[in-house]
Design a protein around this ligand. Structure first.
Ligand code: ISJ
Length: 399
């Protein structure tokens, strides 16, 4: 799905995620929709995302990104299977002339499809700097102490890597490479001004499609092996590792509880399975259910975000620790990004394995769950692998 331009931005009156539902329902109530297709992602749709924690002190890094930015674009291009659809949105005034508007849309449409994008390659990475890695390890240590003192049971800590390129990074090229190299992930890119937040995340927060709900629990991490035997061995160790199983179970329990008010026939497998990615493997539990008729997507996103995969357990205590101790301004990293349509379909993913591209520079982000017996060096190594999906395509990996 691709959104271009903006005819409207949803404004939550009380700045909560749940408040976006009213803004969306109001927009829908005012819209006249001509949609004979009725496919997910056609008709009126909004796309965008939000900040991980609006209460965290902001830095200049994310100045182009508001706490919430859910946009109804001027054009939405949607591909489902091998079918493609184009939705045009217009903000109408009383005095508008329908013939003139139709001609304008045709002209724009022609422009959109005749200007084939030309991609230019940037020449690779000039410099790569991890931001305060030793301080980050000390924060991990501090989190384990806080957990031993019963402040929380799990706290997720993230860090940043800053890159410099010799020329401007080309978002189109990076997107193509992410799609090629991370086929099991949700690839996204959101531009505000000249900054672009993008990534390939394996973590889907919630998907609503035709009255069904899907949420995924993804927590617990190990590297991939060098051959099939090694990979299977690492995978089976991960499946049986008490520390990783505990980290994972916090997420499963929380997601199950969070979706309960909005769904029936909730199915949660008893044991996690492995979710294999190019650079890592995770413990994975899908949660499926039938959506209760009246629930829109935003109240569910609000209940789910942040799951203990990105915040911790309990939510408030872990967020308070992160707010106070984490050096990083997460901005939109780790927060919901996605889309919704007027037929109550939509999908929000958790924006991890991501980076903020700023012309000749970029920041990459990676985090991991800390529990009582976490070891700072191991967690540091884990975050290094989590930088890889973005880092490798920026270094030139194409396949
Ligand atoms: C926080 C990240 O990943 C999350 C943390 C995981 C873990 O601690 O095992 C696994 C998957 C994600 O839920 C990240 O990639 O930045």
């Amino acid at each position: 799905m691709v959104g271009i331009g903006q005819v409207h931005c949803l404004k939550s009156e009380d700045n909560t995620i749940g408040g976006l539902q009213k803004a969306w329902d109001d927009a829908l109530a005012q819209a006249t929709i001509h949609d004979t297709i009725h496919q997910p992602g056609t008709g009126l749709t909004a796309l965008g995302g939000m900040a991980f924690d609006p209460l965290k002190k902001k830095t200049a890094l994310w100045e182009k990104f508001a706490d919430q930015a859910l946009t109804i674009p001027a054009f939405v291009f949607t591909k489902t299977g091998d079918q493609c659809y184009l939705t045009c949105n217009l903000k109408l005034k009383k005095a508008d002339n329908s013939r003139q508007l139709a001609a304008k849309i045709k002209e724009k449409e022609h422009q959109l499809f005749s200007n084939a994008p030309s991609f230019s390659l940037h020449d690779g990475i000039l410099s790569k700097k991890e931001i305060a890695p030793e301080q980050w390890k000390r924060t991990v240590e501090k989190a384990t102490q806080a957990i031993k003192n019963d402040t929380a049971q799990k706290i997720v800590l993230a860090r940043e890597m800053r890159l410099e390129f010799s020329g401007n990074a080309d978002v189109g090229v990076i997107l193509q490479r992410l799609l090629k190299t991370q086929p099991n992930s949700y690839v996204f890119a959101i531009e505000h001004g000249n900054d672009c937040f993008m990534g390939a995340t394996p973590e889907r927060l919630v998907k609503l499609a035709h009255g069904k709900l899907l949420s995924t629990c993804l927590a617990g991490t190990a590297p991939r092996g060098i051959d099939k035997d090694a990979d299977d061995r690492i995978g089976s160790q991960l499946l049986n590792d008490p520390k990783n199983r505990q980290e994972h179970d916090f997420v499963v329990q929380m997601i199950k509880k969070a979706v309960t008010p909005y769904a029936k026939n909730i199915v949660v497998p008893k044991k996690p399975e492995l979710y294999k990615l190019r650079n890592l493997q995770h413990l994975y539990t899908p949660v499926t259910a039938d959506l209760l008729e009246k629930s829109g997507i935003f109240p569910i996103v609000e209940k789910l975000h942040p799951t203990p995969a990105l915040g911790g357990t309990p939510r408030e205590a872990s967020l308070a620790f992160i707010r106070e101790n984490e050096l990083l301004d997460r901005g939109w990293y780790g927060a919901p990004v996605g889309w919704l349509d007027g037929q109550n379909n939509g999908e929000f993913a958790v924006a991890i394995r991501s980076g903020l591209i700023q012309g000749k520079e970029a920041s990459l982000f990676a985090g991991c769950g800390v529990v009582a017996d976490s070891n700072p060096e191991d967690e540091y190594a884990e975050t290094n692998i989590k930088f890889m999906p973005m880092l490798s395509v920026l270094e030139g990996e194409t396949k």
